[in-house]
Design a protein around this ligand. Structure first.
Ligand code: DAH
Length: 335
């Protein structure tokens, strides 16, 4: 029995040393010190030990027990800090903290919806850079050098030192730039929309922001007329704003279209249909075709440009454009 006790002690200590983590230490405790552990199992054997040896064996038994318990306590104390997070401190049955589910920004959704409506009408998507040169933002769009739209006060020009390639650059003020880019790339006929950011140095208030989005449309083919333009806008309005929507065009002027018009759409706002000004449109000016190398004798086209924020704000009853860009989750969560 003394031999067995020696063996329990040396094996026990060695195994405790080798126990890698809190789990292993606990397994060890059960194996050696538990109610059915090795020490407890050996106890009944004591009664078979010859009388004169009993004190020695009893003493040895106590020594081994004390040694194993002390080693265990020491080991537990050392392991305690690192073992805590993985062990009893985590209640896996606790309901977790709820975390909010994200959703698409109301403007992104509006853009997706508008793109889809025009896609169904056969328009493909074109795009262009937000940092533009003078040619695409003005010159090729038939906006002369002296035109007030080029005034520094109305544009974000790059300062002279930062002009790429020496040409005058600015943040685009309109997506009409993409009309030029699309026509430079692709021979006619052509049917594209372009959606993106535009920049103007406006003072921020409820209806003005220095960055906003436009959807631009361009259709080039033979014998395109104002009827095609109005039909297209009308179909869009019905598909997007519903059965009661209408389109109205008011004579206007833009350098890149002739004739030109402002576009209003009648849409449901707070239970009744109201007219909302959304942008401009017209038939592509022959000078624009010439600037991109299209033959104006053969090709005709229409173009339009609408403000995305205006569409979204009216459709969703958003009173202040700044809310769209503050990224306040309490606001965004509503859409
Ligand atoms: N680019 C114009 C603006 O930002 C809007 C516009 C008017 C676009 C007429 C067009 C158009 O394509 O034909 O004010």
């Amino acid at each position: 029995m003394l031999q067995e006790l020696d063996e329990i002690e040396s094996n026990g200590l060695a195994e405790l040393n080798a126990a890698g983590d809190a789990d292993a230490v606990e397994q060890w405790r059960i194996k050696y010190l538990g109610t059915k552990g090795r020490l407890k199992q050996i106890m009944p054997g004591l009664k078979d030990v010859p009388k004169q040896e009993k004190p020695a064996v009893g003493k040895r038994l106590n020594e081994v027990k004390t040694a194993l318990e002390a080693a265990f306590k020491e080991r537990q104390a050392a392991a305690a800090p690192s073992a805590a997070p993985a062990g009893a401190g985590v209640d896996v049955t606790e309901p977790g903290l709820p975390f909010g589910q994200g959703r698409r920004h109301v403007l992104s959704r509006t853009i997706d919806e508008i793109t889809e409506v025009f896609a169904r009408m056969g328009f493909s998507v074109a795009d262009g850079p937000e940092l533009e040169d003078e040619r695409h933002n003005f010159t090729a769009l038939n906006i002369p050098d002296s035109h007030p739209a080029r005034e520094p006060i109305d544009n974000f020009y790059l300062d002279a030192a930062n002009q790429p390639g020496g040409a005058l650059h600015l943040l685009r003020t309109q997506t009409s730039t993409v009309q030029i880019r699309a026509m430079e790339k692709t021979p006619p006929p052509l049917k594209v929309i372009a959606i993106g950011r535009v920049y103007r140095p406006d003072t921020h208030d409820a209806t003005h922001y220095s960055m906003f989005h436009q959807v631009e449309g361009l259709y080039v083919d033979r014998k395109v007329t104002m009827v095609d333009l109005k039909t297209t806008l009308f179909q869009f309005a019905r598909a997007y704003f519903g059965e009661g929507a209408e389109v109205r065009m008011r004579p206007s002027f833009f350098p890149f279209t002739e004739p030109s018009a402002e576009v209003d759409m009648k849409m449901m706002i707070k239970g009744e249909y109201q007219w909302v000004e959304l942008g401009g449109c017209g038939l592509v000016d022959p000078n624009v075709f010439e600037a991109v190398g299209y033959d104006p004798e053969e090709w005709t086209g229409f173009a339009f440009g609408l403000g995305i924020e205006r569409i979204a704000m009216r459709k969703y009853g958003i009173a202040d454009i700044r809310w769209l860009f503050e990224n306040d989750a309490r606001f965004l969560r509503q859409f």
